[in-house]
Write a protein that binds this ligand. Sequence first.
Ligand SMILES: C[S@@+](CC[C@H](N)C(=O)[O-])C[C@H]1O[C@@H](n2cnc3c(N)ncnc32)[C@H](O)[C@@H]1O
Length: 379
Amino acid sequence: TKDCPWSPLQPSSTDIECAAPWSSQTWFHAGGWEGPDDCFQEDYCIYTNRNLNGGLAVISSEKSMHGIASHSLYPPDVKQEVGPGAFYPAQVPGKGIGLIANRTIRKGEIIMQRTPCLLVEFDSEDSELAKKARKESYEKALARLPDATRELFMAQIGDDVVAKVDRNAFRLFLGDNEGHVASYPEVSRFNHDCRPNLHYRLKNLTHTTVAVRDIEKGEELTISYIEGMIPYAERQERLESWGFKCACDACKADSALEIAASDGHLKEIERIEAELEEKIGNKEDIETDTPDRLIKLYLDEKLDSYVAHAYTKAALLSSMFGDEEKTTRYAMLAVEALEREYGPNTKDAESMLGLAEKPTEHWSWGIRAVGWKTVKVMQ
Ligand SMILES: C[S@@+](CC[C@H](N)C(=O)[O-])C[C@H]1O[C@@H](n2cnc3c(N)ncnc32)[C@H](O)[C@@H]1O
C-alpha cells in the first residue's frame, strides 16, 4: 500500500487502497477524511470530513473510526423529501421552537433525511474532568466544520456545546462498534409527542423522518423521544429524566379517566398479543375478529408509528382464517408501514408483498379456517 493523498479538500476520484495516516492497516480512502487531530484521553481523537453533506466531525477511537468511515460512504435510502417549504419553525406553547406543517402532508412522505455534523463515541464517565474534556473537544471538533454547519449546530437549544449534544443528539450503534451520540441540528427542531405524527429511523449514519398519518396544515410535526408503548406514569418519568415536563396532548390529558383509557388500550394490546402467541403455540382457537380489534386499538391510541408489526400479524391471521379481502388489505398496509418504520426493501416487506399478491399460495392460507386439526382445508 502507499500513503493516502490525505486532504479533506481533494476527494480522490476513485477509492484508492492505501494506508490511512492513523493506522498501519490497509484502508480504503474514499476522499475527504482528515485526522487524527487533538487526541485526548489516550485513544480519542478528532477526525473530520468536510465533504459529507455539510461536514462531519467525529470524536472517536481509532477502532470505531474504521467503521464510521465505511458507514459514511453508504448512500441514503431515500425517495424525495418534502423540502423546507412544507414546514416552518415557530414557538409552540410550553415546548420552545417546533416545526409546523405549511400544507397537508400525506402519510408516507419523507420529511427530512440527514447525516450528522458531530458524532461522539459514548463516554460513560460523567466526572467534572470528563465534562471539561467533552466541552474542549466538542469545541475543537466544531471549529473544523464549515461556518454554516457550525452555526446550525449552535442554533440548537442548550446553554453550551455539551448541553446542545445532551438535549438534542440521538444514540447511534454502528455494527460492532461502540455506541455514539450523533447531532443532527435540523432534526433537533422536532419536539416530542407521545403519539407522534412522524416516525424516525436511523440507518448507518442517516436519520430519516417520515409521516405516519396525514397531517393538516398548521399541525405541529413531532417525533417520540422515548418508547411510546409504555404507560403514562412511566412516560412522565422518562421525559423528566430528559430534563423537561412534557406538554404533548397525551401528557396534558384532561382527566384521570382519559389517562386510564389510554393505559387501558396499551394493556389490551399487550394482552391480545400475548394471548395470540400462546393460542398459536397451543393450537387453540382464536376469535376471527382479533385482527380488526388489534388494529383498531393501535389506531384509536394513535400508535401509527408502531403499527407495522400489528398489520403484519393481522395479515397473517386473516390468511390463516382464509379471508382473502382482509389478507390483501392488511398485507398491503403492512408493506407501507414496514417501509416507513424500517426503510425500503426489507425482507419482512418483501414477504408481506408476496402474501398480498398471492394469498392463497402462502403457507398460512386457511390453516385456521376450521380449527387446528384441519390443515389446509381451503384448497
Ligand atoms: C430536541 S429539542 C426540540 C426543539 C426545541 N423546542 C427548540 O426550541 O429548539 C428538545 C427540547 O425541546 C423541548 N421539548 C420538546 N418536546 C417537548 C414537549 N413535548 N413538552 C415540553 N417541552 C418539549 C424541551 O425543552 C426539550 O429539552
